[in-house]
Every structure is written in C-alpha cells, then in structure tokens.
Ligand binder design. Structure first.
Ligand SMILES: Nc1ncnc2c1ncn2[C@@H]1O[C@H](COP(=O)(O)OP(=O)(O)O)[C@@H](O)[C@H]1O
Ligand SMILES: [Mg+2]
Length: 250
C-alpha cells in the first residue's frame, strides 16, 4: 500500500520557487494498477521520485507498506522497483545477464538468489535467447525488457514506471503492456505515468489525474466512466482540466 499524505514539493530554482506538488493526497492499495495522467510539467515525475525516496517532500509524507520514505528509506527501497522514462540505466558493454547481476548485487542478492531470479525473469520475459549477448546491439524492445527485468530483480511488491512507453515503437509498447498484465496477475502494485490515454484505459483499474501540481481526480476508472457518462478518457481528462473540481478550485 502507498499512502501519499498532503504532499507538497517546492523546488528553489535560483531565486524562484516552483511548487511542483500541491497537497497531493491519495492511497494506492495492494494489487492496484494506477495510471498517473497529466500534461508536461504536471508533477508526475516529481511525485514518482518522491515515492521512490529520491526526493524529499517539502510538506506532508509518503508511506510505503507502512514505512515513511523519509524515516525508513531503506525499507521503502527494498519494496519498490523504479524505471524512469528513457533511461534504461543499462551498460552497453555488458551482457543482459551481467547487467542484471550488477543490479542484483546492488540489492544485496546472493549469487544463488541472483541466478534463480535471472532465470525466472528471462523465462517470464522471453529473454533466454539473448541473455548472454551484449546489450549494445539490442533493439529498443529487447532493451526495454532487460530494463524492466532490472527493475524487478529484487522482486519488489511495488513498481513505478515513469512514461515507460514514450519513444518506443508499437511492438515495444505492446511488450510493455503485456508485462504489466503479467505483473498485475502476480498481484504487484503498479503506478505508471503516461499521456497515452488508450494505454491507461487498457491497463489500469484506477487513475490519478494531475494538473499543475494538483490532483484533479483520483479513483476507479469504471466509476469515472459512469460518472462522466463517457468512456473517452481523453475527453474526460480535457474536460476535467477545463472544469476543475473541489480540490482544484484555486
Ligand atoms: N529539480 C528541479 N528543479 C526545479 N524545478 C523542477 C525540478 N524538477 C521538476 N521541476 C519543475 O516541477 C514541475 C513538475 O515537473 P515534473 O514532475 O517533471 O512534471 P511531469 O513529469 O508531469 O512532466 C515543472 O514545473 C518542472 O519544471
Ligand atoms: Mg515527467
């Protein structure tokens, strides 16, 4: 479970203060897949980085499985896997296996655990054929699989993906979508940011919509469709931005 409790994040950029998150509050339950929607600059990456302990909230707090990200970052990190858009964080000169071994070592997995886990992930993602080849020659789709496997190496219960399909071709995007389905079946809790509405409506149970640092909607996707009398998420999103709501009054 992830509890985001009245989180405000301000950045000081020279003399200017930028408020990237304004009193953001919502909860994600175990096994939920949440789509984080918002235009560029809405605060999606800032929120994901805050949950991942990479940023400190200016006000409010985040709890992951009951652990405060500020007070118990190590406990939080153990339970979270993160993949930030574009950056796969892989080393081209290493093989897929060596890359995964490297990250396993960072998480303190033993040699045996590492081997078992890599075999498992390779089977799950259909990577066995190229596990021992250098990542440098991989297609985008192959890279993406290895990058996601890296995110999952320590078998985290919570996974954060920041714009995972931005810049990917259709085949690679589909690979990602299939993986999310699989992870969902395994009971993982997932938050991923996207501006592809079709992707979100395909994969998510609920959505969190952000606009200029504020949460304009959070809730069940089917309920939202009922409420709005439409299943066109793109349209709903745009009309929410125009209309605003109670939490988006200022
Ligand atoms: N390190 C930083 N320093 C200053 N401003 C930042 C920093 N990171 C993000 N911001 C600002 O915070 C706002 C939200 O950014 P971000 O979370 O990256 O949005 P999104 O991921 O939704 O596009 C933007 O105005 C952005 O310029
Ligand atoms: Mg972003």
């Amino acid at each position: 479970m992830i509890e985001i409790n009245e989180v405000t994040k301000r950045f000081k950029d020279k003399k200017i203060s930028i408020t990237a998150l304004k009193h953001v509050k919502f909860t994600v339950n175990k096994g939920q897949v949440v789509g984080l929607l918002g235009e560029n600059g809405a605060g999606k990456t800032t929120l994901l980085r805050t949950i991942a302990t990479l940023l400190t909230p200016t006000e409010g707090n985040v709890k992951v499985a009951g652990y405060d990200t500020l007070k118990n970052p190590e406990e939080v990190k153990k339970r979270i896997g993160v993949l930030f858009g574009g950056e796969t964080g892989l080393y081209d000169r290493l093989t897929a296996r060596e890359n995964l071994e490297y990250f396993a070592a960072l998480y303190g997995l033993s040699k045996h655990e590492t081997k078992v886990r890599i075999d498992e992930l390779a089977r799950m993602f259909g990577m066995r054929d190229y596990l021992n080849r250098k990542v440098g020659g991989f297609s985008k789709g192959m890279r993406q699989k290895v990058a996601i496997a890296r995110t999952l190496i320590h078998n985290p219960e919570i996974i954060l993906f920041d714009e995972p399909t931005t810049g990917l071709d259709i085949t690679s995007s589909n690979v990602f979508r299939q993986l999310v389905h699989q992870l969902k079946r395994d009971g993982k809790t997932i938050i991923f940011s996207s501006h592809i509405m079709e992707e979100v409506s395909m994969l998510c149970d609920s959505v969190a919509m952000m606009h200029k640092g504020e949460l304009v909607y959070h809730g069940d996707l089917n309920e939202l469709y009922k409420l709005e009398g439409s299943q066109d998420l793109n349209y709903i999103f745009m009309s929410k931005l125009v209309r605003g709501n109670e939490t988006y009054a200022s």
